[in-house]
Write a protein that binds this ligand. Structure first.
Ligand SMILES: [Fe+2]
Length: 242
């Protein structure tokens, strides 16, 4: 008799055990995420229906393409006031690209950290910044805790898995994209995301929601065995951000 494919009785059906999403692009018209207020509301309701009760949205701050500031993002955040579903908390931070604009905002004290003085950061997915470790070190010196967004998406790390361990040992926290546990970004990214979970290296999970297609694909994730493993690991820190 074959019992091993039977779903577990406590198999999650949604993201309610994660509770808080800390990576998304839900502010209207400021980046490549939500286009307008109606789009924002649609995506926010979609995330609520997936089981999230707390959202900290993180639009891009990326000098060459989305040169946002506290002011532009704060203004967009205000546009959604009074339009959110009941029982949902909705806060603002940013996903910072490691460029000169970020460095300037950092030095001016004009960044918007997540709780615990954490900063969600990203960089080129094609070329590794030559001074990456120094940048992380500099952030720690300034009193910030870096979280690397979607480590599984940096292709140059794939053949140097030991690098993930190196940056973790430096104190960098790692945030996997829930969508990476599907084929959404491709099979090689999926494989690395699964390996990072297997090796207990993931600190946060985020949806990185930009549009409705993401919400539809996210609905598959709670049935994924690596998602369940991550929940069971007891290592997820999403709730520390509440
Ligand atoms: Fe993102």
């Amino acid at each position: 008799m074959l019992f091993f494919n039977r779903p577990r009785k406590d198999q999650p059906t949604d993201f309610s055990k994660v509770g808080l999403d800390m990576h998304s692009h839900l502010i209207p018209g400021v980046d490549d995420g939500a286009k307008d207020i109606a789009d924002s509301i649609l995506l926010i309701n979609g995330l609520k229906n997936l089981g999230f009760e707390h959202l900290i949205t993180t639009p891009h701050t990326l000098q060459d393409i989305h040169p946002n500031t506290q002011k532009t993002l704060g203004k967009g955040h205000l546009l959604l006031e009074g339009k959110l579903p009941e029982g949902l908390t909705f806060r603002l931070s940013s996903e910072y690209y490691l460029d000169e604009q970020f460095q300037g905002q950092l030095e001016a004290g004009a960044v918007m950290p997540l709780p615990g003085n954490r900063l969600l950061v990203e960089f080129s997915q094609i070329t590794k910044p030559y001074d990456l470790e120094e940048r992380f070190f500099d952030l720690s010196l300034k009193g910030y805790q870096p979280i690397l967004a979607h480590p599984e998406r940096y292709l140059f790390f794939h053949r140097h898995f030991e690098y993930y361990k190196r940056i973790k040992d430096m104190g960098v926290e790692l945030q996997v994209n829930a969508l990476s546990l599907t084929d959404h970004y491709g099979k090689s990214i999926r494989k690395i995301a699964e390996k990072l979970i297997e090796k207990d290296m993931i600190d946060f999970i985020g949806t990185d929601t930009h549009h409705l297609k993401h919400i539809e694909t996210l609905a598959q994730v709670p049935q994924n065995k690596f998602f369940v493993r991550l929940l069971d690991s007891g290592l997820l820190k999403n709730q520390e951000l509440m």
